[in-house]
Design a protein around this ligand. Sequence first.
Ligand code: TRP
Length: 367
Amino acid sequence: MTEQETAENLSYDTFAASVARSRALEEDIQKNPRRHRVLTGDRPTGDLHIGHLFGSLLNRVRLAKMGVDSFIVIADYQVLTDRDVFDQISLYTINLATDYIAAGLDPDSGNVFIFPHSCVPELNQLLLPFLNLVSIAELERNPTVKEEIEAAKMARMNAGMFTYPVHQAADILFCKSTAIPVGKDQLPHIELTRTIARRFNAKYAAQKPIFPEPQGLLSNAPTILGLDGGKKMSKSRNNSIPLKASPDETAKIIKTAVTDSERRITYEPERRPQVANLLEIASFASGVAPEIIAETIGDGGAGKLKQYLTESLNEFLRPLRARRAKLEADPATVRRALDKGIAKAREVGEETLREVRGAMNMYRQGS
Ligand code: TRP
């Protein structure tokens, strides 16, 4: 163990502690939206679905509309860590940006910046100094990476997979973000990021700290299950409703949703998770509480419930789909939005990199 590690070991925090911190952060954002900066993002691996929409996208839209500076990273380099396919990455990047904008993240608002991290060399360069601030043992303990390695069934783990959380720390710190809206699985990466920020400041910038310690902002939306009644909704499990699905396709997918054999519809998340899941999605879409929807449907059974869900979801998605169709017909708008996001990210990243290199006493060309 290095001296540094003995001095202050990285411990992956308890969930309860993260929840408490997230609540306090939410309150502070409500009070001072302009003192915060959000950074979050996704890997471009396919189309977003309603699980993403209700679980995280709408929360991002809410924060952006409050006036919080919002940096949205499309983590294209991260895709290479556990996949061999790369021919579709550009296409998925455009699709992802299209979904973001259609969902209500508005690049013309002046405080929303969407960019693929591979286009921001200043961000990527932060990875080099950051790698020296964590130990191999600390990376080995990351529970999310462990799970991903298992899921990907990798025969040999590449070093990119092993170190991607440090790259993610560069995503988060390059713009000095304070709030990271994410799901529970990303919390270990944020813990690592906080440790890197703290160690960087202590080692190189004790007089004038460069990085704030960002925190995870957990959404209180429950996880949406797949329509097969199994685990989380996910594209790879083929149990999702993509945002780009048409109203007819949506109806068809909902028809296949697994329920149970009891006719009367009731809202009992523990005992009847599949029925409860459909009620919850309908509730997100209609704004009506799941208990009330269950009562309204009563003996109408699963058929009526699916009909209610189809109608309310199609109604809710109508404006999003209209925006999506318009963007699809005019991809130049999406490209322009990305180019603008990249320009802003580079400007911010250049400034941070200048400060970082200065703090580390690196040679300054032309000085
Ligand atoms: N690891 C995230 C995921 O798999 C994507 C991501 C990359 C991210 N960089 C980020 C999320 C920075 C939040 C902040 O979904």
